[in-house]
Design a protein around this ligand. Structure first.
Ligand code: PMP
Length: 373
């Protein structure tokens, strides 16, 4: 087969080719069962095994402590913006740190279930900086503190999670890690709950991962739908209702792929994290060294996963942006258009993007600059 194009979609995003090939090979008959995974009972022995292996592999990859439950849910990141306050806020107050478009949405949704204190906002910097944790105005009585640990649209990432205890807050930290989960390790000692849609680093859309510390279970508001009550979902091992079986299966194959992944003498998450660092450095280096392109995010906050970039100054016209995107497509570099709310371009370089994909993009940036710069 000829090489597939490099796909820079922000999500649903590219999956490892090995995984796609395995899914294709097993499509009509999963391991001699005579069934596709889509056609199996979620309570049968085959799927029970698929699901348990996926959960165990994920726990091992991210070194999730024993006092955290891993839940396979549905509804995506946006549903979690409601499900989290319905489960954790107890009708009281929550602190939200607004660092971009997604945390802003989380704050708006939480207002329907709790009183929301915006503890800090990066809006003055047009979301190009992370407000430093020391400046956050945390409440004394918040039920939790919400941050989006990687803002997919703005291209901002927390490279260290805040230590709420050191900031004088006893509240658990909730992180929306949709767009960088599994790209790096997580310091669980600083986290109470983490959630994210699968459709970036993990698998097909339709699956939401929730990692929740056990002491946070069992506090849902009476209005919380049973299928979204973490306690109910945990007690039923994510089988309270029919889970997104096919997405869980593909995610499980991605976990197996990642367990075997090696790079720079490392394996697993450490290896993928190192490759993600190298890919991001290569691309930011090319943008910073360019007279035609720019990334506007402060160095300390730059995302390794989502890199928005623009044509500089007078070059930043719709015509030249379109010419760039058309030329990219012609070179098999797909889905580089920026989010509609901010325009420009965005390269999402999740786990499945090889170094060669970023090298091909950098080569194109240079050629485009030589032609138009
Ligand atoms: N949070 C973040 C950080 C996201 O990137 C996204 C989706 N791009 C969402 C939440 C919303 O997720 P979903 O579309 O799965 O509801």
């Amino acid at each position: 087969m000829t090489q597939r194009p490099f796909n820079f979609s922000a999500g649903p995003a590219a999956l490892p080719e090995e995984v796609l090939n395995q899914v294709a090979a097993e499509m009509l008959d999963w391991q001699g069962s005579g069934m596709s995974v889509m056609e199996m009972s979620h309570r049968g022995p085959e799927f029970t095994r698929i699901c348990a292996e996926a959960e165990n592999d994920l726990r091992e990859l991210l070194q999730v402590p024993a006092n955290f439950r891993i839940l396979f849910m549905q509804g995506g990141g946006l549903a979690e913006n409601a499900i989290v306050p319905m489960n954790l806020a107890r009708g009281g107050k929550v602190d939200v740190v607004v660092t971009g478009s997604w945390s802003k949405k989380s704050a708006e949704e939480a207002r329907r279930y709790a009183s929301v204190n915006i503890a800090a906002s990066g809006s003055d910097s047009k979301f190009t900086q992370l407000p430093s944790p020391g400046s956050w105005q945390l409440s004394a009585d918040a039920a939790y503190v919400h941050v989006c640990s990687n803002e997919t649209i703005d291209g901002i990432e927390f490279h260290e999670l805040p230590d709420l205890k050191a900031l004088g807050s006893a509240a658990p930290l909730v992180i929306d890690c949709s767009s960088h989960q599994l790209s790096r390790s997580i310091d669980w000692s600083r986290v109470g709950l983490a959630f994210g849609g699968a459709q970036k680093n993990i698998g097909p859309a339709g699956l939401t991962l929730v990692f929740v510390r056990e002491d946070l279970l069992g506090h849902a508001l009476p209005i919380c739908p049973s299928a979204f009550d973490y306690q109910t979902v945990a007690a039923a091992q994510s089988m309270y209702n029919t889970p997104p079986t096919f997405s869980i299966y593909v995610a499980g194959l991605v976990f197996q792929w990642l367990k075997k992944f090696s790079y720079a003498g490392k394996t697993g998450v450490a290896a993928i994290e190192q490759r993600n660092i190298d890919k991001a450095q290569l691309l930011y280096g090319a943008l910073d060294g360019s007279k035609l392109f720019e990334n506007r995010v402060a160095a300390h906050a730059r995302s390794r996963m989502n890199i928005p970039f623009y044509l500089r100054g007078e070059y930043n016209t719709p015509q030249l942006t379109s010419a760039f995107l058309d030329g990219a497509k012609a070179r098999n570099l797909l889905q580089l258009k920026g989010h509609k709310s901010v325009g420009g371009m965005r390269a999402s370089i999740y786990n499945a993007m090889p170094l060669e994909g970023v090298q091909a993009l950098v080569a194109y940036l240079k050629d485009f600059e030589a032609q138009y710069g």
